[in-house]
Design a binder for this molecule. Structure first.
Ligand SMILES: Nc1ncnc2c1ncn2[C@@H]1O[C@H](COP(=O)(O)OP(=O)(O)OP(=O)(O)O)[C@@H](O)[C@H]1O
Ligand SMILES: [Mg+2]
Length: 325
């Protein structure tokens, strides 16, 4: 008789003995129900296979093991979970592209619109700096911050459109980061969960970058949500952890363009610190609304970034609502 059969037999004997005793035994705390011998045998077999490191064909066909009677919490964790740490699986979200199109964004199924054409022009110099095709390559050129002087100038509109446009027509992957952590936009626009995200990566050292990424149905576009709100959300953007994360992102994904939707430069000092770690900064300027003085002040706050570009948004000069670069 094998060890497993002996264990099952012994268990059956114990169960019978327990049933007899219960009739006249004094009341005691309720016990956890014993698993059936069949369930125990299956669990032992599965655990032996897992310990051997090879799951046999029977195990491959067996549904996840439950050792407790149906409807009750399992007494033992399934053997495969015990044997291995859970695998990291990057989350995935299906972005509602029709809705995005209605909101005025570039979408992969409409590559010929005027907006798509304008973003081709906007992204070209940025990509040249990422690839270093203009001679000297830009340090951390794949880190691109999209910001503005004040709120509401079109940072999110620009960052999202740039990211989609690059993902559509660029050989490499694009990572869009919801870096305006006090006012995250990606949950609303893309339907991604807010966390785990950027702030969690900054506050929880056990998290790996891959744990916070979300793949999308837009090929080559991955997003990093803002993360769990923190009382020092914006301050964290200027932390040493953020500088280390940016360096890790830039070197771990050197062929990936990383676009940060960021807070406005004149509203928070953290945005200025963030800018100093970027390879490229794109300052969105809302035409006919942001004063020349504010734009100048905003540009003056950017130190230590070699490539600073401006994008005139919402210009009505020739085409209402269109971009002029
Ligand atoms: N060129 C444009 N054409 C049409 N609509 C635009 C354009 N730029 C921005 N918008 C719209 O203007 C509004 C504000 O833009 P957006 O949210 O991108 O600004 P923001 O700078 O990210 O604002 P906040 O600082 O509040 O995060 C949005 O409704 C956006 O869709
Ligand atoms: Mg925004």
């Amino acid at each position: 008789m094998s060890l497993i059969e002996q264990a099952a037999k012994r268990l059956e004997e114990l169960r019978r003995a327990g049933a007899t005793q219960r009739d006249d035994a004094p009341a005691e705390a309720p016990r956890e129900p014993l698993p059936t011998p069949e369930a125990l045998v299956r669990a032992l077999e599965a655990r032996r296979e897992a310990n051997d490191g090879v799951a046999g064909p029977a195990a491959a066909q067996t549904p996840p093991l439950r050792v407790a009677p149906a409807g009750e919490a399992p007494l033992l964790r399934p053997a495969r979970e015990v044997a291995k740490a859970p695998a990291r699986t990057t989350r995935h979200v299906d972005v509602d592209l029709e809705r995005l199109k209605t909101l005025g964004f570039v979408t992969p199924d409409a590559p010929q619109t005027q907006l798509a054409e304008e973003f081709r022009v906007v992204k070209r110099p940025i990509l040249r700096n990422v690839r270093g095709t203009d001679g000297a390559s830009v340090p951390h050129g794949n880190l691109v911050m999209v910001t503005s002087a004040v709120a509401g100038e079109g940072k999110t509109f620009t960052a999202v459109n740039l990211a989609i446009s690059m993902a559509m027509e660029y050989d490499n992957t694009v990572l869009l980061v919801d870096g305006d952590v006090a006012h995250p936009s990606l949950p609303r626009l893309f339907g991604v969960p807010e966390s785990p995200g950027l702030l969690d990566l900054l506050t929880d050292e056990r998290l790996d970058v891959a744990d916070a990424l979300v793949r999308t149905n837009i090929e080559k576009l991955t997003v990093l949500p803002a993360g769990t709100p923190h009382r020092r959300s914006t301050e964290l953007l200027a932390s040493e952890q953020m500088a280390a994360l940016l360096s890790e992102l830039s070197s771990r994904y050197p062929d990936r363009v990383i676009i940060f939707d960021s807070p406005p430069l004149l509203s928070t000092t953290e945005a200025r610190v963030l800018a100093s770690h970027m390879g490229q900064v794109l300052v969105v300027v809302a035409a006919q609304s942001t004063s020349h003085d504010k734009v100048t002040k905003a540009l003056d706050t950017i130190e230590r970034c070699e490539v600073v570009m401006t994008l005139l948004n919402k210009s009505s000069a020739a085409n209402a609502g269109a971009y002029r670069y």
